[in-house]
Design a protein around this ligand. Structure first.
Ligand code: LMG
Ligand code: NDP
Ligand code: PMR
Length: 402
């Protein structure tokens, strides 16, 4: 597994392609999506050589977009703009704003002049340098220390934030770690496996504590946003690249993910860093929906999640092998065409923070090829209300809220 064996990868998908397969019907939506991915890369390539005299793109009989439309057909579902004018600058907390998506979002929001961004980061100096080199004006941001891998740090951050006297209008849970090459688990200060501990449990405590502050805000549109991902959703091709997300019966989570008397994985299985990350993203998307069910009506807060696109150049892949870091961006750009720049992804998340048309709660936003937002479908597991409630209740115990 650690060597990324090619034969293992191919075996995974050959059954899908074989007409004699008993394992998977060749007519599943995934089969068509996989086929369309291959065809969309082969057809333009072939046509290019068959029609050298006529290079006009319009003459191609079909392209990837048409093929994709057959399998995806996303439902565009946008709420009507509220048209409310904001009187004061909004105040938004963004976790992990020292690089990648978080930094690009902070920059996009600060540039409008309508937002003051509280950059909640574990490395103060790195965040300061990042904000400066992004050209953010001093009056539009504040850096505050937050290490999500320590629940004490989360509580301290909340205290410090309250002491600053700023209102909380929007909270963005963005920070994450991805440890695909780790052979053994590592742990947070409280002894939770690091990826789920940081990406899910740290944010779970943070957002539960800050819910009161959001409630108190008088801002016209208050929002709590938790960044999700396509790779946690097994209703997509990307979500079927092994290892797949699966929370099982939550026995590992219930035991505290400590790797001692219990597994370090939510489902109780062997440690796998890539799976732990995808599991943590499922928890993020379930938590957003559980928040929506419990608090939207009562508080009017908008709860949302999103897949910002594949930002293949960020620090998220810092632990991956160099060959992966080299091939991943061109693979996403030219083969899957799911690539987005950090700047574009930042604009997308900034939309979810402040666009008056994205006020619908309980939604998982995605963007199509023309960068238009649409309400996307989550996988069965990532939209399982019963599982969401269990994740909520178990997490509550682990972070000391119940
Ligand atoms: C998991 O394996 C481990 O199981 C897990 O434990 C953990 O370690 C995790 O990431 C960490 O990895 C991942 C494994 C699963 O993927 C790999 O082994 C790494 C592959 C590297 C992926 C990036 C490059 C992909 C190369 C394909 C195309 C080459 C192009 C190079 C790019 C340059 C472009 C100019 O992966 C899988 O299981 C996937 C199985 C699918 C295999 C089938 C491959 C199909 C590729 C789809 C593209 C179709 C287009 C083909 C047409 C091309 C024509 C030009
Ligand atoms: P980056 O690694 O660039 O950014 C992650 C941020 O999280 C960094 O600022 C990092 O801080 C911070 N962070 C990590 N651990 C902690 C911690 N313990 N306490 C506080 N902050 C921490 O990755 P991305 O920008 O790509 O990821 C941002 C979000 O986007 C994640 O939620 C990820 O799951 C999601 N996402 C990313 C995709 C992609 O293709 N890149 C696709 C789909 C979703 P530091 O700078 O100090 O390391
Ligand atoms: Mg994936 C078909 C579209 C597609 C998309 C949108 C992504 C997004 N990926 C796609 C397809 C494939 N990927 C295919 C066909 C393969 C096999 C070659 C593949 C492989 C792959 C690997 C090994 N992809 C990956 C990895 C990672 O290590 C990344 C990961 O899983 O991180 C958890 C990853 C990703 N692919 C994506 C996205 C968005 C990621 C990473 C980021 C994330 O989910 O946060």
């Amino acid at each position: 597994r650690e060597q990324f064996p090619l034969h293992q990868m191919l075996l995974q998908y050959f059954p899908l392609l074989s007409p004699f397969s008993k394992r998977a019907s060749p007519r599943t939506p995934l089969f068509w999506e996989f086929l369309s991915l291959i065809m969309s890369n082969l057809i333009p390539f072939t046509l290019h050589y068959e029609s050298r005299g006529n290079r006009s793109k319009e003459n191609l009989p079909f392209d990837q977009f048409e093929l994709k439309a057959v399998v995806e057909a996303p439902e565009v579902n946008q709420a009507a703009p509220t048209g409310k004018k904001t009187l004061r600058q909004g105040s938004v907390v963004v976790t992990g704003a020292s690089s990648g998506l978080g930094l690009a979002t902070a920059k996009a929001l600060a540039e409008t002049g309508k937002w003051h961004v509280i950059m909640a980061c574990r490395d103060f100096l790195k965040a300061e340098r990042a904000a400066k080199s992004a050209g953010m004006a001093k009056e539009n941001y504040t850096i505050m220390h937050l290490d999500l891998a320590s629940l004490d740090s989360v509580r301290q951050f909340v205290d410090n934030f309250r002491r600053s006297g700023r209102p909380l209008d929007v909270l963005v849970c963005n920070a994450a770690v991805y440890l695909p090459t780790a052979k053994e688990p590592t742990f947070t200060a409280e002894g939770f496996e690091l990826s789920v501990g940081t990406n899910h449990l740290g944010h779970f405590l943070l957002s539960r504590l800050l819910l009161d502050d959001l409630k108190q805000s008088d801002y016209p549109s208050k929002r709590l946003i938790i960044v999700g991902s396509i790779t946690g959703n097994t209703n997509t091709l990307a979500g079927n690249v092994p290892p797949k997300a699966n929370l099982g019966d939550l026995r590992g989570l219930a035991g505290g993910l400590n790797g001692l008397n219990t597994s370090s994985m939510i489902d109780g299985g062997e440690f796998d860093g890539a799976k732990a990350y995808k599991d943590s993203k499922v928890c993020n998307m379930l938590t957003m929906q559980e928040f929506h069910r419990r608090y939207h009506e009562e508080t009017g807060i908008t709860f949302a999640s999103l897949y910002p696109g594949c930002i293949a150049t960020t620090g998220l892949f810092r632990e991956h092998i160099p060959l992966f870091r080299l091939l991943f961006p061109p693979f996403q750009k030219y083969i899957t065409k799911g690539f987005v720049s950090e700047e574009e992804s930042g604009k997308r998340l900034a939309q979810v923070v402040s666009d008056p048309s994205l006020t619908k709660s309980g939604v998982y936003w995605s963007w199509n090829k023309d960068s238009a937002s649409f309400e996307n479908q989550l996988s069965q597991e990532a939209s399982d209300a019963e599982k969401a409630r269990k994740v909520w209740e178990v997490s509550e115990k682990l972070v000391g809220l119940a």
